[in-house]
Design a protein around this ligand. Structure first.
Ligand code: ZN
Length: 1011
C-alpha cells in the first residue's frame, strides 16, 4: 500500500509442516496440545540470541518490571502481561530488550545515571500509571480463555484463537459475485477447494458481515452442513463428528448475502458526479489488511496463499475488472452479464484479491490505466511511468512480472494512496491522474506512488511476509524501491532529496519511546494492532535501514542478495531472518548480526565524537536514554566519515563499524575536522561536542562546498534533533550558530530542512501566542532567508529541485506575511481568475498562491467555486488545502463538517483538511474540539489504528505544549476505552506534548536572549 507458481513442497516446508494445527508455531511449545499453542512471531527469539542471553535471572526481572512500571516502551500494549497470564504460553515472553549478562556490573556503574533517567522517565509517565486501574494497556489483547466461546446461535464455537488453525489449507477459491448497485447489496457463492494437512474435526475460516444462507461440504458426496459464527473474531466454523483425515481433498461451498460496505474497506460502493452532474455509482474492493473476509468467506491470513477464479455479474454499461484477464462473458436469463476471469496463474494471499464494477475507460500499452471517462486525458503520464518502471523491475530483479496483464485504476473515493492488488492496482485519483500541463512536482508524486505499488508486485505479492509483524518486508522494500527505481529511471525527478527528507521523518517518529521495532516481536493480533503496523517506522525506517545496508555492502552485493531472496521465496512467505540469510548466502560476511540490532529494537543510536589529537573516540548510546535496558542497547553501526582533506566525493568516504559502546579510530594530526554519516545514509545521529561543532561551523562559513548538500542538511537535522532531545544535548544557541552559515546556502536539501525545522518551532510559539518572540523570529527568518525569498522567480521553472526549493521558501514567506510574497501571489491569483483560469499558475506555486488568496473572504469564495469545477485532481487538492488554511473560524467549522459529511468534499480528504486546519492558529483548538465531538463518526469512516486515524491524532495534538492540554488529551483518549485508547499514536501524542513542554521550559529563555 502507499501503499510464479511455487512447487508445493516448498510451501508446505516453509509454512505448514512445522507443527500440527497452528501456523508458525514457536518451537519450544511442542509439549502443548497443538490447538492450544499461542502464536508468537518467531523473531521474538532472535532478539534474545542477537543481543544477550535467554533467561533473565530474578534481579534482571526486577529491573525489567521497574522499567515496565515506569511505563517506558512497555507502556504500549506490551505482550508480556498477556503472555504470563496465559496458561498455555510456556515460551519466554518476548522481551523488548534483553541486556547482556555482565550487565549487573554495568548497572552499578550506571546507577546514578539510572536515577536521573528514572526521574526523567517519571516526568514522562502517563498520569494513570500509579492508579489502581493502571493505564489499561496490560490486557489489551484478547484474554486466552481455556474454554471455547459461544457462537451466535449459542453453541460452542470450536476454536479460541484470533489466528486460524493450520490443519486445513485452501488450494483454490471459486468466487461468484452478484453486486446490485441500486440496492447497494451483493450476493455471492464461494467454493473453496482445500486439503487436510492434519487430522481435524473442524474447519475454521474468516467471515465478516456476511449472512451465510447455505453451506455444503463435500469429501465423497456433497452434504449440507451447519456453519457456526463467532462474530467478535470474524470467524466461522464447520464441525465434524469424525476426523477429516490428513491428505483428504474437500470442498466447502458457501452461499451468502451482504451489503456493499459504506466505509472504505471490503467490497464497497463509491460514487462521483460525471460532467453532466449526474451521480454515477461503482463498487470496488480494498482488502488489505483484513477485509477480504467482508467480501467472501476465506482463510484471511497472508500465509494462506491459494489460486482464485472470479466471476462477476454486471449490468450492461458497466465493466468489471479483477486480478486476471477476462476469459469470457455470458448473458444470463435475467439480461445481466456474467464476466469470468482466468484463474490466477500464481498462489496469492487473500488481501491481494481485487475486483471492480464501474463505467471506467482505459488506455493501454503493456499496462493499462483506467479512470472515469472524463479523466481519460489525465492517464498518459501514469501509463508512461508504469510502462518504464515495469521494464526496470523485470530487469533489475531478474524475475519477470508473472501475470499476463497489469491494470492501474483511479478510484474516485479511495482511502489509501494506492493498493498493490496483484494485476489490478487501485489508486486515489490524486495519486494516479495528472494533466499534461501539470508541473514536474505533481508528476513526481504520481511517479512515487506508481513506483511503490509496482515494486510490491515482487515485494509483497510474489514474496509475502508471513504475518503482519513483519510488514516492513513489504512496505520497507516498496518504499526503498520507489526511490531507488526513480533515481535510476527518472533522475530529473530529484528523488534523492525526497528520500533524505523521508529518513529525517522516520527518525522523528522513531525517537519516541512509543515507537516499535521494524520487525515486531510482541503480539500483533488484534485488527487494531495489525492496522497500526502501517506507519512511518514500517515504511520509512524500513526503507532507511535497507539504504544503510546497501551502502555498507560492497558494490552489487545488495542487489545479488535481493535477487537471491526473491528467487528463494517466490510464491511463498517469509520472516525477516529469511532476508538476512539470503543476503548472507551471496556475501562473505553475515549481515544478520548487524541487522538484528537495527530491526529488533526500536530507536536508533546517537554517536558522540570526541577527539584528542589523532585519536578519535566514538561512543554510542541510544538517542533516547530513558530506562536501563535502553541504556544498554548496542547497535552495529556502519559509521562512515569524511574529513577536511577529502570531504565531498564518494571516494572520500571511509567506513568503521562500531560494535561496542566505545571505540577509537586514528586519524592524522593534520585533519581539522571529521563529518560522520556521509550523505546521511546511516540511521543514526551524530554529536560532535562543542569543539567539533565549532570547527564544522567554521569550515562551512569558510567554504560552503566543503560538504555535500546532503551532508549540510544532515548537520542541520542532527543539531535540531539534539536540541530537542530529552537531555537537550545542545543549546538552541548552538543551533542558531550553525544556521548562521545558511545566508550563503542555495541548495534545496539543507534549506528545506532548515526551514521546516524553523517553521515547526514557529508554529509551537504561535500556538502559545508568544507574540514578542514570534516577531523576533520573523526578523530572524527574514535576516537569513529574506533575500533568497525575494529573489525567487514566479514564472515557469523546469528543475524539480528548484521548484521544491522555491515552493518551500515562498510558502513560508507568504504564510508569515512577507509583503513581497503576498503581493506576487495575489497578483497571480487574480490573473488566474480574471482570465477564467486560462492563465496558468505554475504547478509548484499553486499551493502558495491559493493559500495566500484563501486568506481574503472574497477570494476564499471564488476558490470554493474553483474547487467544485476543476477536474484536475492535483489542483483540486491544493485548492482544498488552501480553503482549509483560512483563519476565519466560521469557514473552518464549515470545512471540517463538510469534510466529515462527504459529498462536496470527499471524506477521503478529511485527514488532510484536519492537518491543514491544525497548523493554523485560528483552527488548532477548534479542530481538536471537532475531533473529540465527532470521534465515533470519524472511526466509523477510518478504522481505529489506521493510518488516517494516526494522522488525525498526530496533527491535532502535536502542537500542544502545556500541562493543561496534556491532561486534556490524556483524559479524552483514556475515556475512549476500546474505541481507541490503546493506540500507539495516543502514546506518541502524549510523549510529543511532553517533549514540547520540556523544549519550551528549556528554550524560551534562550530564545528571548538570542533571537
Ligand atoms: Zn505499500
Amino acid at each position: 500500500t502507499h501503499r510464479a507458481s511455487l512447487p508445493r513442497n516448498m510451501i508446505e516446508n516453509t509454512m505448514f509442516e512445522e507443527e500440527p494445527d497452528v501456523v508458525d508455531l514457536a518451537k519450544d511449545s511442542t509439549a502443548l496440545e497443538p490447538d492450544e499453542v499461542v502464536y508468537e512471531p518467531r523473531s521474538s527469539r532472535l532478539l534474545v540470541r542477537g543481543l544477550g542471553e535467554n533467561d533473565l535471572d530474578d534481579e534482571e526481572e526486577d529491573y525489567e518490571s521497574s522499567a515496565r512500571l515506569l511505563g517506558m516502551s512497555f507502556m504500549n500494549r506490551s505482550s508480556t502481561h498477556n503472555s504470563s497470564s496465559s496458561p498455555y504460553n510456556r515460551q519466554a515472553p518476548p522481551r523488548l530488550c534483553s541486556c547482556p549478562s555482565a550487565r549487573m556490573l554495568v548497572v552499578g556503574v550506571f546507577i546514578l545515571v539510572l536515577v536521573a533517567s528514572m526521574a526523567m522517565a517519571l516526568y514522562f509517565l502517563p498520569g494513570c500509571t500509579f492508579t489502581k486501574a493502571g493505564c489499561g494497556k496490560a490486557n489489551s489483547s484478547i484474554p486466552m480463555e481455556p474454554s471455547y466461546p459461544n457462537s451466535t446461535n449459542g453453541e460452542l464455537f470450536p476454536w479460541n484463537e484470533l489466528r486460524l488453525p493450520a490443519s486445513v489449507r485452501p488450494v483454490n477459491y471459486d468466487l461468484s459475485l452478484t453486486p446490485n448497485l441500486t440496492s447497494m447489496t451483493f450476493t455471492g457463492r464461494t467454493v473453496i477447494n482445500m486439503t487436510i494437512l492434519h487430522d481435524t474435526k473442524r474447519i475454521v475460516l474468516h467471515s465478516s458481515e456476511l449472512i451465510i444462507t447455505k453451506a455444503t461440504f463435500q469429501v465423497d458426496k456433497s452434504v449440507e452442513v451447519k456453519v457456526l459464527e463467532y462474530k467478535p473474531w470474524q470467524q466461522i466454523a464447520v464441525s465434524f463428528l469424525e476426523d477429516l483425515k490428513v491428505g483428504q481433498v474437500c470442498v466447502l461451498t458457501l452461499d451468502y448475502a451482504a451489503n456493499l460496505s459504506h466505509t472504505y474497506d471490503g467490497f464497497y460502493n463509491s460514487s462521483y458526479n460525471d460532467k453532466t452532474g449526474a451521480k454515477r455509482v461503482l463498487a470496488a474492493t480494498q482488502f488489505e489488511p483484513q477485509a477480504a473476509r467482508k467480501a467472501f468467506p476465506c482463510f484471511d491470513e497472508p500465509a494462506f496463499k491459494a489460486t482464485f477464479l472470479v466471476r462477476i455479474t454486471r449490468e450492461p454499461g458497466y465493466i468489471t475488472l479483477s486480478n486476471m484477464p477476462q476469459a469470457k462473458t455470458t448473458t444470463l436469463p435475467s439480461g445481466l452479464l456474467e464476466d469470468e476471469f482466468e484463474q490466477t496463474a500464481v498462489n496469492m494471499s487473500t488481501y491481494l484479491v481485487a475486483f471492480i464494477v464501474a463505467n471506467f475507460t482505459s488506455i493501454t500499452r503493456n499496462v493499462s490505466v483506467y479512470s472515469v471517462p472524463e479523466k481519460k486525458e489525465h492517464t498518459h503520464y501514469a501509463l508512461d511511468t508504469a510502462s518504464t518502471l515495469l521494464h526496470f523491475y523485470n530487469t533489475f530483479f531478474h524475475i519477470d512480472y508473472p501475470l499476463r496483464k497489469l491494470d492501474l485504476v483511479a478510484i474516485p473515493d479511495f482511502l489509501a494512496g494506492a493498493m498493490e492488488n496483484w494485476g489490478l492496482i487501485t489508486f486515489r485519483e490524486t495519486s494516479l491522474l495528472v494533466g499534461n500541463q501539470s508541473s514536474p512536482l505533481d508528476k513526481q508524486l504520481i511517479a512515487n506512488v506508481v513506483a511503490h505499488e509496482l515494486a510490491h508486485q515482487w515485494f509483497g505479492n510474489l514474496v509475502t511476509m508471513r504475518w503482519w509483524n513483519d510488514l516492513w518486508l513489504n512496505e520497507g522494500f516498496a518504499t526503498y524501491w520507489q526511490y531507488t527505481s526513480l533515481m535510476t529511471e527518472f533522475p530529473q525527478l530529484d528523488l534523492d532529496n525526497v528520500f533524505l527528507g523521508v529518513r529525517f521523518k522516520a527518525m522523528a517518529k522513531d525517537s519516541l519511546n512509543s515507537s516499535h521495532p521494524v520487525s515486531v516481536s510482541s503480539q500483533v493480533t488484534t485488527p487494531e494492532q495489525v492496522s497500526e503496523m502501517f506507519d512511518s517506522v514500517t515504511y520509512e525506517k524500513g526503507a532507511s535501514l535497507l539504504l544503510m545496508l546497501k551502502t555498507t555492502l560492497p558494490d552489487g552485493q545488495f542487489r545479488k542478495g535481493i535477487i537471491k531472496y526473491l528467487d528463494n521465496y517466490r510464491g511463498s512467505n517469509t520472516v525477516t531472518e529469511d532476508l538476512w540469510n539470503s543476503l548472507t548466502q551471496v556475501g562473505v560476511e553475515s549481515v544478520s548480526d548487524m541487522m538484528r540490532t537495527w530491526t529488533l529494537q526500536n530507536g536508533f543510536p546517537l554517536v558522540t565524537v570526541s577527539r584528542k589529537g589523532g585519536h578519535v573516540t566514538l561512543t554510542q548510546e541510544p538517542f533516547l536514554p530513558t530506562f536501563l535496558c535502553v541504556l544498554l542497547s548496542l547497535w552495529h553501526i556502519p559509521v562512515t566519515y569524511v574529513n577536511d582533506n577529502c570531504s565531498s566525493a564518494p571516494s572520500c568516504r571511509q567506513i568503521f563499524t562500531l560494535r561496542n559502546k566505545t571505540a577509537t579510530l586514528n586519524v592524522s594530526d593534520s585533519v581539522k575536522w571529521l563529518k560522520l554519516n556521509y550523505m546521511n545514509t546511516g540511521f543514526y545521529i551524530v554529536h560532535y561536542g562543542d569543539e567539533g561543532w565549532a570547527t564544522l561551523i567554521d569550515a562551512l562559513k569558510t567554504d560552503i562546498n566543503t560538504l555535500t548538500p546532503h551532508d549540510r542538511a544532515s548537520l542541520i537535522h542532527n543539531i535540531f534533533a539534539l536540541s530537542r532531545s530529552v537531555l537537550g544535548r545542545v543549546s538552541f544557541r548552538q543551533v542558531l550558530n550553525l544556521l548562521d552559515y545558511t545566508t550563503n546556502e542555495t541548495e534545496t536539501a539543507p534549506l528545506t530542512e532548515a526551514l521546516s525545522q524553523l517553521s515547526s518551532v514557529y508554529r509551537l510559539l504561535d500556538k502559545r501566542q508568544e507574540q514578542r518572540l514570534l516577531a523576533r523570529m520573523k526578523v530572524y527568518i527574514w535576516g537569513h532567508f529574506g533575500q533568497l525569498m525575494d529573489s525567487q522567480d514566479w514564472g515557469e521553472e523546469e528543475s524539480v529541485s528548484r521548484q521544491e526549493l522555491r515552493s518551500v521558501l515562498l510558502e513560508m514567506a507568504c504564510s508569515l506575511g512577507r509583503q513581497n510574497c503576498t503581493d506576487q501571489a495575489t497578483a497571480l491569483y487574480d490573473q488566474w481568475t480574471n482570465s477564467n483560469q486560462t492563465k496558468q499558475i505554475p504547478g509548484d506555486l499553486q499551493q502558495v498562491v491559493f493559500s495566500t488568496a484563501a486568506q481574503a473572504d472574497l477570494r476564499w469564495l471564488s476558490l470554493m467555486e474553483a474547487y467544485s469545477s476543476t477536474t484536475y485532481d492535483s489542483e483540486k487538492r491544493k485548492i482544498l488545502q488552501a480553503l482549509a488554511s483560512t483563519q476565519d473560524p466560521r469557514s473552518i467549522v464549515w470545512i471540517l463538517s463538510t469534510g466529515l459529511e462527504g459529498g462536496i468534499i470527499q471524506t477521503q480528504e478529511l485527514p488532510l483538511v484536519i492537518s491543514t486546519v491544525s497548523d493554523g492558529f485560528a483552527g488548532h483548538l477548534l479542530v481538536w474540539d471537532f475531533v473529540k465531538e465527532n470521534w465515533d463518526r470519524i472511526i466509523e469512516k477510518f478504522p481505529v489504528g489506521s493510518y488516517p486515524i494516526q494522522s488525525i491524532i498526530k496533527s491535532t495534538t502535536s502542537q500542544f505544549s502545556t500541562q493543561t492540554h496534556l491532561e486534556e488529551v490524556q483524559g479524552f483518549f483514556s475515556s475512549l476505552k476500546e474505541r481507541g485508547s490503546q493506540m500507539r499514536s495516543v502514546q506518541e501524542s502524549l510523549e510529543t506534548i511532553r517533549l514540547n513542554q520540556l523544549w519550551m521550559d528549556r528554550n524560551l529563555p534562550t530564545l528571548r536572549i538570542w533571537l
